[in-house]
Design a binder for this molecule. Structure first.
Ligand code: NAD
Length: 314
């Protein structure tokens, strides 16, 4: 495993991180004991960064991750979130954030998390997040319950706007740096580098698109994006190249973020994704896949409040 320092936190995170949302059944029913074995296999092979949220499986992912980390907490860098609790249930108030963090710590069976993120900030009021939510997280940090604080979301502009107005150590964004979309690297990475903010790239498989089983039914990508990606996945498979491995390898090569968070629920997925570290480059295949995807490359979807969306998407 390789490690990189996450911004100015001093935390050395594995370049592949473990996304725990699949443990909460976000991508279909996950077997709890298989999930626990996946967590243990990940730790044994050097993955030290784990990301979860109360939203994933409406607390189920935190419960399961907390269980799997029993006795192993000191070996990992643990991130959770606050502010989002269901598809359309957000509460960024200070009182909810304090309560939410206590609940998360109980589920995670830990006295502290390494990173505490405000979850999906584009769904909130920027003024409230800057003046109320992040100061509450700062208070939680002062109490020793979080070592560092940050923000997450899909819309890149609002992440930069908030991080310009309030101090954060880390920013997590998703589905903005992989084979289908690459604007994290142009729109947010320079900002993060300039401000010493640790950048986390999540969903390298574009939330399940770059897998044999394909995306979940709730996937927000446009039908033509899903169709082009399916053609690309079929082509990779017909060439005996596992699509997840190829897609993850692309992220590791193309984006020098500190860590890439991939969602995993089984030991096989952990093994498969670790294989991406040593997967040989295949420039010819990459060129072909990029040709298939060219008509739909960089197509994003609207997320959050209208005023917080990228490119004025409505
Ligand atoms: P992803 O792109 O990592 O895809 C996950 C899906 O791919 C799951 O169904 C998983 O089981 C499957 N998968 C993983 N490896 C596979 C393999 N080798 N073969 C076949 N299938 C495989 O999407 P994600 O899980 O949404 O993103 C990763 C993590 O990033 C999340 O779990 C979460 O922790 C974090 N995240 C955070 C936010 C946020 O804060 N707003 C948003 C998205 C993701």
């Amino acid at each position: 495993m390789r490690y990189r320092t996450l911004g100015r936190t001093g935390l050395a995170v594995s370049v592949i991180g473990f996304g725990a949302s699949p443990l909460g059944n976000e991508f279909g029913e996950a077997d709890p004991s298989a999930g626990e074995r996946a967590v243990h296999a990940a730790i044994a092979s050097g993955i030290n960064f784990f990301d979860v949220a109360p939203y994933y499986g409406r607390t189920l992912a935190e419960e399961r991750l907390g269980q799997a980390l029993e006795g192993k907490r000191s070996q990992v860098i643990l991130a959770t979130k606050c502010g989002r609790y269901d598809i359309d249930q957000f509460d960024f108030s200070a009182s909810r954030v304090f309560r939410s963090t206590e609940e998360s710590l109980r589920r995670l069976k830990s006295d502290y998390v390494d990173l505490l993120h405000v979850h999906d900030v584009e769904f909130g009021d920027v003024t409230q997040i800057v003046n109320e939510t992040l100061p509450a997280l700062e208070e939680i940090r002062r109490q020793g319950k979080a070592r560092f604080i940050g923000i997450t979301g899909y819309s890149l502009g609002v992440l930069a706007r908030i991080a310009s107005a309030a101090p954060v150590s880390t920013i997590l964004s998703y589905c903005r740096s992989n084979l289908l979309v690459g604007d994290l690297d142009t729109r947010l990475r320079p900002f993060a580098a300039e401000h010493g903010i640790g950048l986390i790239n999540a969903s390298p498989l574009h939330m399940g698109i770059w897998t044999p089983q394909g995306p979940p039914s709730w996937h927000p990508a446009a039908p033509e994006v899903l169709a082009a990606a399916r053609t690309a996945v079929n082509f990779l498979q017909s060439s005996s190249i596992p699509p997840a491995r190829f897609a993850l390898r692309y992220c590791l090569d193309s984006s020098p973020v500190a860590t890439t968070l991939v969602g995993m629920a089984t030991e096989d997925q952990v093994k498969e994704n670790l294989a991406a570290l040593d997967h040989p480059n295949n420039p010819e295949m990459l060129k072909h896949i990029q040709q298939i995807l060219a008509p739909v490359r960089n197509r994003i979807w609207p997320s959050g409040r209208i005023e917080n969306r990228d490119n004025g998407l409505h």
